[in-house]
Design a protein. Sequence first.
Length: 258
Amino acid sequence: MAQQDRTSAAMKSVVNILNVSRFIRIYDDLAAQKGIKLSVGFDFDKYVTITSALPTKKRTYPNFRPDRSPIKPGQGYWMIGLDKHNDVALVEAARLYDLQDSNFASNLESLRAFYADPAMHAHPQDRCRCTAPTAREITGKVAYHGDFWLRKDFRGQGMPEIMAAVLRGISFAMWKPDFVVGLAERWLLSKGVLAQYGHAHYEEGGSVLHLVEENIMDDDLLVWLTSEELQRLVYHHEKNELSASPRDPSPSAERQAI
């Protein structure tokens, strides 16, 4: 019986890559039908070069900049979408925080979420306050998704759901994290569109942030998914195929990104 329990536990810890690939393929096809070709990269120097050339995008946060917070191989990736002219239509990035002995709130407030060495890189007046209660319960392997940018002419077409779903599938396959988290601008709540960006849970007070030299002043919501919710999201497509064709996504298909 003990051996069976160990075997069962081991099976639960293994990611079914075929299931994940089927899940990602659905949303990759949806992006392609909207005229966007998605690809993934791991070189963050290249990512910063790409994002720095986007005229309407804010500067990439130090979380994803090697000059302030280098990301070890296998602990981060980014996604880019190109239109039919090979111009950049979207970007987003993800990284893994090892918070086995800490939590997401402490990671923010210590500024280690933004700088590999806050003592070296942070301005003396840099501050971050996190009052969202759940942030102190978010520990272990934490996948952080951020630096979201979508070109104006592709907005209003369901692309945030597609982007969220693809990143969650990749993060699940790479890391099987205990949590997937993000920091969402408050206007998403005031406009009632949090669900459209795939955020299952949210709390206010996620990050009141001031980074002086970065010219950043934010008051963001904490958004998150648990490991169990992420697994159900990805594996749902194996048990219940989408009733709508990827060429004509229905509202139920859109909700799979939540």
